[in-house]
Design a protein around this ligand. Structure first.
Ligand code: AHR
Length: 506
């Protein structure tokens, strides 16, 4: 007993014990959702290219077909739109109706100009084309409750009323039935047009929620949380628990130093746990016992906003280390699946994104590959596991906000970071070796009976700073392999690599 407690603390030998009978939670498919903002080249030049409509590259509407294919492979169930910070000075009615009448506006979040050529109707059409569900974020900066109500009516009403008829006049007879609506974006941030204190936001959001649900009780309202570990989160969960369906939090991690970068996502694990507990507490104190409010982590990724400035388009170039950080983020979502109702990688294309385009084509960034593997295989149910091995004892930090506290938090920083799921007749184990110097031999122990051959999908390069680009698009990718299931007892995981093992159940 004493010996195993010691092993748990810190040991050179890595062991992963997976017990597929101990199901932790269903994994919500919406964990693999995305986000599109009118920012940089995300919309124009990203998902659409109205100036470069040509067969092979776009369809007749200007949708980029290569981007659509790369996104479809990620199988995103929901896409959030139109921002982000952008939404806080966005008037949706500027971007409907005949395109020649749409006003071109100054854009205050990223200090650009917005043509409004892509708006609500185009977004919904694109969602139908992509077979994804739309999620709209309301303007709680310069926007009014009247405008928000009008937007919900325009999208969802089948009645004989003004905005429902406006939609019909614009050629869309059937309501769009947009289910997900969020009450503002990062309203707490001093960069936000219309920043509010938590008290003022809570009062305003409470009244908006009441009115929006009177208009359409079927919508799912998402409150604007902060990081999940901020006093804002306490105040807003207390104030809004009875009115909301999901609770949004945001976090971006990144650091130039490798270990700080790849361990940063541990903060997201604590963010989820803390905000889930704050929601529990609010349910008790506000007597909202029957509410089941999950976390909507609707902006997450690796992003250094100094390296990739938002007002310059935030075109991050992701190396292998960043891909390992994205895998670590994804492991967090699987381990915390019980609390996750949705998560949206920010963003989908060109802007802090897995996909990069130019006028003629695209390439897939390193972070695309772990996301793809998770989206394909880490579904179904999250299962219990126990990992022992060397602990990372160094600093964890971040460019955007102080994460120095993470190392004093729960003992979750193993060099070998793991999650597991049971899905489509396989036990799927996602393993990151964050050790920069050493390959590790991992003793994977599985309860139950399995077929003889397991499948492996590895993301690795000798150089942890390796990137993909237009000149060398396949520098980092996925290597597929097989391994005798019996050899998983001594399974080599390369230094600074990610491997997903699929073990077929007998
Ligand atoms: O995704 C980029 C920006 O990051 C979003 O506009 C904002 O919500 C966050 O600060």
């Amino acid at each position: 007993m004493a010996e195993s407690a010691q092993t748990w603390k810190n040991s050179e030998q890595v062991s992963i014990k997976v017990d597929p009978e101990r199901i932790l939670s269903p994994i919500d498919d919406r964990t693999y959702s995305g986000f599109l903002e009118h920012m940089g080249r995300c919309i124009y030049g990203g998902i659409v290219d109205f100036e470069n409509v040509k067969p092979g590259l776009t369809n007749e509407k200007g949708y980029r077909l290569d981007v659509a294919k790369a996104l479809k492979d990620l199988n995103m169930p929901v896409v959030r739109y139109p921002g982000g910070n952008f939404v806080s000075s966005y008037h949706w009615q500027d971007a409907i109706g005949p395109k020649e009448n749409r006003p071109r506006r100054p854009e205050l979040a990223w200090l650009g100009e917005e043509s409004n050529l892509f708006g609500t109707d185009e977004f919904i059409e694109w969602c139908e084309f992509m077979n994804v569900e739309p999620y709209l974020c309301l303007n709680m900066g310069t926007g009014t409750l009247d405008e928000a109500l009008a937007w919900v009516e325009y999208c969802n009403s089948s009645k004989n009323t003004y905005y429902a008829n406006l939609r019909r006049n614009n050629g869309h007879e059937k309501p769009y039935n947009v289910k997900y609506w969020s009450l503002g974006n990062e309203v707490w941030g001093d960069w936000q047009v219309g920043q509010l204190s938590s008290t003022d936001y809570s009062k305003k959001a409470f009244q908006w929620a009441k009115a929006l649900k009177l208009l359409d009780p079927s919508i799912r309202l998402i409150a604007c949380g902060c990081t999940g570990f901020d006093n804002w989160d306490y105040d807003v969960t207390q104030a809004l628990v009875s009115k909301i369906d999901l609770y949004s939090i945001h976090l971006y991690t990144s650091h130039a130093e490798y270990y700080k970068n790849v361990t940063g996502p541990a903060a997201a694990e604590r963010a989820i746990q803390i905000s889930a507990k704050l929601l529990d507490l609010a349910k008790i104190t506000q007597k909202a016992y029957d509410k089941d409010i999950k976390i909507c982590f609707d902006e997450w990724n690796v992003w250094d906003p100094i390296r990739a400035d938002g007002s310059k388009g935030a075109e991050e170039k992701y190396h292998l280390g960043d891909a390992l950080a994205v895998a670590a983020w994804s492991n967090v979502f699987i381990r915390q699946a019980h609390h996750i109702g949705m998560a949206n990688i920010a963003q989908c294309v060109n802007v802090i994104a897995p996909i990069m385009t130019n006028k003629d084509g695209l390439y897939l960034q390193t972070i695309y590959f772990p996301f793809l593997l998770f989206a394909k295989y880490m579904r179904g149910h999250s299962i219990n596991l126990h990992v022992s091995g060397p602990r990372y004892e160094g600093e964890t930090n971040n460019v955007q906000c102080d994460l120095g506290w993470v190392k004093h938090s729960e003992p979750i920083l193993n060099y070998i970071d793991v999650s597991a799921a049971i899905y489509e007749g396989h036990v799927n184990i996602a393993i990151i070796n964050r050790d920069l110097e050493k390959d590790h031999e991992v003793n994977i122990r599985l309860e139950g009976d399995y077929k003889d051959t397991s499948l492996t999908y590895t993301v690795y390069h000798d150089d942890v700073n390796a990137v993909n680009n237009f000149e060398n698009p396949n520098n980092v990718g996925i290597t597929e392999g097989t391994v005798p299931t019996s050899d998983l007892a001594a399974f080599k995981v390369l230094k600074h690599s990610f491997v997903l093992v699929r073990v077929p159940i007998a």
